[in-house]
Ligand binder design. Structure first.
Ligand code: NDP
Length: 331
């Protein structure tokens, strides 16, 4: 099995030298185990946090061990009665071409007709679940609400923008970091308005694109975006704090929002979450996402790099904004 390992902890932006590729001989399957050939592995922003030696909601990656993370593939050998050859599974064993272990480490995928395998890592998988629970369980989206999504052309953001519309938002606005992404947001993804946060400070651009004010803010970015959103949030507004990628590669903490007093005067709710807190909502998500996908009401984009040897490149490209929709590595 070919695998990618973290060998040093990056300061600021990771570099290829922080990783190495190793080849490992896999032992014969013990009873109750499966071997899976990965078709896609996921590259995700949270992985940057795990490269630091700091306990977060997931423990840090161990140096000299294979990078873990979401992956999808098919069973090629099994000594477990839970799985047979050819079954499609998702798992968290990450950056390797072959994954092997106890059957409990793998989850069966209920395939949706017409959906490619990669979608079980994206729109119909963890990223879709994150978008859905953030809007519903965390922010309490109600029909008629106006919604702002930051990082709206990324994996979670492109799902959140579409779900918000399907859940009855009266207006959905998104931000992204290039003219091409902004065009996709109002075209392909059906958002009502969008802006490029690199054109001018978010605080200057936001009032014009959402003069009605924001009832629900889905925050993937933090920093300047969160500060600007608080300015334009309506009375009783709710923000789901999903991520803060603007700070993930920073060597020093950035100064905080300067307008937190408005939480009081506007009665705002800003609630952080990780998708795992809301497992009770997953069946509801699965049902809704399948229904919307099958009815042709969802679109998705993927940015795929080819080959496990390009996993680090794919990760760094995603962190820098090179992706539209879900960033994946095809094995
Ligand atoms: P994306 O597909 O959105 O990829 C990351 C994107 O972030 C890039 O494409 C880039 O787009 C944008 N970005 C990078 N730097 C900045 C910056 N300084 N300011 C604004 N945007 C920036 O990744 P995901 O959809 O997988 O993740 C999105 C967010 O959701 C992350 O913050 C992640 O940590 C979080 N998350 C949280 C989970 C939870 O359980 N709470 C679960 C999954 C994800 P652009 O070109 O627009 O700059």
């Amino acid at each position: 099995s070919t695998q990618i390992q973290l060998v040093s902890r990056p300061a600021g932006w990771p570099v290829p030298q922080d990783f190495r590729t190793v080849t490992v001989d896999l032992p014969a399957l013990a009873p109750g185990q499966v071997r899976v050939r990965n078709d896609f592995i996921s590259v995700d922003p949270y992985m940057r946090g795990r490269m630091n030696d700091v306990e977060s909601y997931t423990p840090p990656f161990a140096l000299g061990e294979t990078m873990t993370g979401g992956a999808v593939g098919r069973v090629v050998a099994s000594t477990s009665d839970q799985f047979g050859e050819g079954d499609l599974v998702v798992h968290a064993l990450g950056w390797r071409d072959l994954a092997q272990g106890p059957a409990e480490s793998f989850s069966p995928v209920q395939e949706v007709p017409g959906a490619p395998e990669s979608l079980y890592l994206g729109l119909l998988g963890m990223t879709g679940r994150t978008a859905y629970v953030g809007l519903t369980a965390v922010a309490g989206l109600r029909p008629g609400d106006t919604v702002l999504v930051s990082g709206a052309a990324g994996a979670v953001g492109s799902a959140a923008g579409q779900f918000a519309r399907l859940l009855g938002a009266s207006k959905v606005v998104g931000s992204a970091g290039s003219a091409r992404k902004v065009e996709l947001l109002t075209g392909r993804y059906g958002l009502d308005a969008a802006f490029n946060y690199k054109d001018a400070p978010v605080r200057e651009q936001l009032p014009a694109v959402i003069p009605e004010g924001v009832d629900v803010y889905y925050d993937n970015v933090g920093g300047d975006h969160l500060e600007a959103a608080i300015d334009v949030m309506n009375r009783d507004g709710r923000a789901a704090l999903c991520g803060s990628i603007s700070g993930y590669n920073a060597e020093h903490p950035a100064p905080g929002p300067d307008n937190l007093h408005m939480l009081t005067t506007k009665g705002l709710t800003l609630k952080g979450f990780t998708v795992g807190f809301y497992q009770d909502r997953f069946p509801e998500f699965q049902q809704k996402a399948r229904e919307w996908f099958t009815a042709g009401r969802l679109v998705y984009d993927e940015t795929v790099v080819d080959g496990l040897d390009r996993a680090v490149e794919g990760f760094l490209d995603m962190m820098g904004g090179g992706n539209i929709g879900k960033a994946l590595v095809k094995i």
